[in-house]
Ligand binder design. Structure first.
Ligand code: FES
Length: 369
């Protein structure tokens, strides 16, 4: 069968067979994975939850992993990473993605305003090391902030679906209770599972305290940070025996990391970053020339990432997340030195693959795009 497919691919060259099949039906593909949006819900202000039915290539996800979703907007294909919020192992082969519309963004506002049932999007297999381990740890502390809720919500829902018997704390930081998606489901989980504790933090006082509420809904004291040792001891006094999973804004991640590093519990902490924390481009100190040799284009190094400098030079390298997660932007550095903006490390070995979105040139550099 594989030989037959390869033969047909050869006959349809230079275009892959999927380019012809999509003219018949966009979800009829041999190799490319796609998904049809089957349901669209605006479940919280500023967020949209999409239910997708993937094509037959979908092999499922593990709670916490991400997929790349691709859409064409004004003739340009854009890809972004999203973590499914549904529990892993569901039999219906559907994926649920909750997308927060970021002001100034491209893909998230597009999906928020334009996604409709029947729309077909590109999809990649689930990936990522941020996932619930097997066997499940007895005690789990799940911490998230803002749109970082998505991977840990999938973990919580998975543990609930498995009727996990150990202790679970889900601590979420939101701008306000109103913007929290999936609140009704969180209520239901808290009611059904007395060993699960769900706590929400936000900067506003609740309009009314509901004594029958299944979870704790607390205003953060004014001026307080995201997370500190007292908070950790209060929500999960058994944290030293637990595995902790965190996803959210950099300030939250840093606050949690600081405590775990100080206590030397790094091996019990698992993090996922959906925002890129990098040093700002330093145009004043930037020097040298960036040579995009395959395109025969050169530009003065302005200190920005190589992805941004390539785009400024009129090139269109492939990219996805723009934050060092998906590796879509990987290209070969033929010569010169680059700095990884996430780690701060510099590297000048020739002919090495680098991620353009998190790499900046240090002097002259030659990139093979
Ligand atoms: S665009 Fe995803 S790693 Fe660079």
């Amino acid at each position: 069968m594989v030989d037959l497919i390869n033969l047909v691919q050869t006959l349809t060259s230079p275009h892959p067979l999927d380019r012809y099949l999509e003219l018949v039906r966009p979800t009829l593909t041999l190799r490319d994975m796609r998904a049809e949006i089957t349901r669209v819900r605006h479940s919280a202000p500023g967020s949209v939850t999409l239910t997708l039915r993937p094509t037959r290539q979908w092999k499922g996800h593990q709670a916490g992993q991400y997929v790349q979703l691709g859409v064409v907007i004004d003739g340009v294909r854009h890809t972004r990473c999203y973590s499914p919020v549904n529990p892993e192992g569901g039999r219906d082969r559907h994926i649920e993605l909750t997308v927060k519309a970021h002001p100034g963004g491209v893909v998230s506002p597009f999906l928020y305003h334009n996604a409709v049932p029947g729309m077909v999007v590109d999809l990649t297999p689930a990936d990522g090391m941020f996932r619930l381990p097997e066997p499940r740890p007895e005690r789990l502390l799940l911490i998230s902030g803002g749109s970082g809720i998505t991977p840990v919500l999938s973990m919580l829902r998975t543990l609930a679906a498995e009727s996990h018997r150990g202790e679970v704390v889900f601590l979420h930081y939101a701008k306000s209770p109103a913007v929290l998606p999936h609140r009704a489901e969180l209520d239901a989980i808290a009611r059904r599972h007395p060993n699960f504790r769900i706590e929400l933090r936000h900067p506003h006082r609740p309009e009314r305290i509901d004594p029958g509420a299944p979870w704790i809904d607390l205003a953060r004291p004014k001026g307080s940070g995201y997370f500190d040792y007292d908070e950790l001891e209060r929500v999960a006094p058994w944290f030293a025996d637990a595995q902790t999973y965190v996803c959210g804004p950099q300030s939250l991640m840093d606050a949690v990391r600081k405590i775990y590093q100080a206590e030397q519990w790094d091996d019990r902490l698992h993090t996922e970053e959906f925002t890129l924390s990098v040093a700002a481009a330093d145009a004043a100190r930037a020097h040298g020339t960036v040579n995009f040799s395959a395109s025969r284009v050169s530009a003065e190094n302005n200190g920005a990432t190589l992805l941004e400098q390539a785009e400024s030079a009129g090139l269109s390298p492939e990219y996805g997340c723009r934050m060092g997660i998906c590796f879509s932007c990987t290209a070969v550095r033929r010569a010169g030195c680059t700095r990884n903006l996430r780690t701060g490390e510099t590297d000048s070995d020739p002919d090495q693959p680098i991620q353009l979105c998190i790499s900046a040139p240090v002097g002259d550099v030659d990139i093979d795009i």
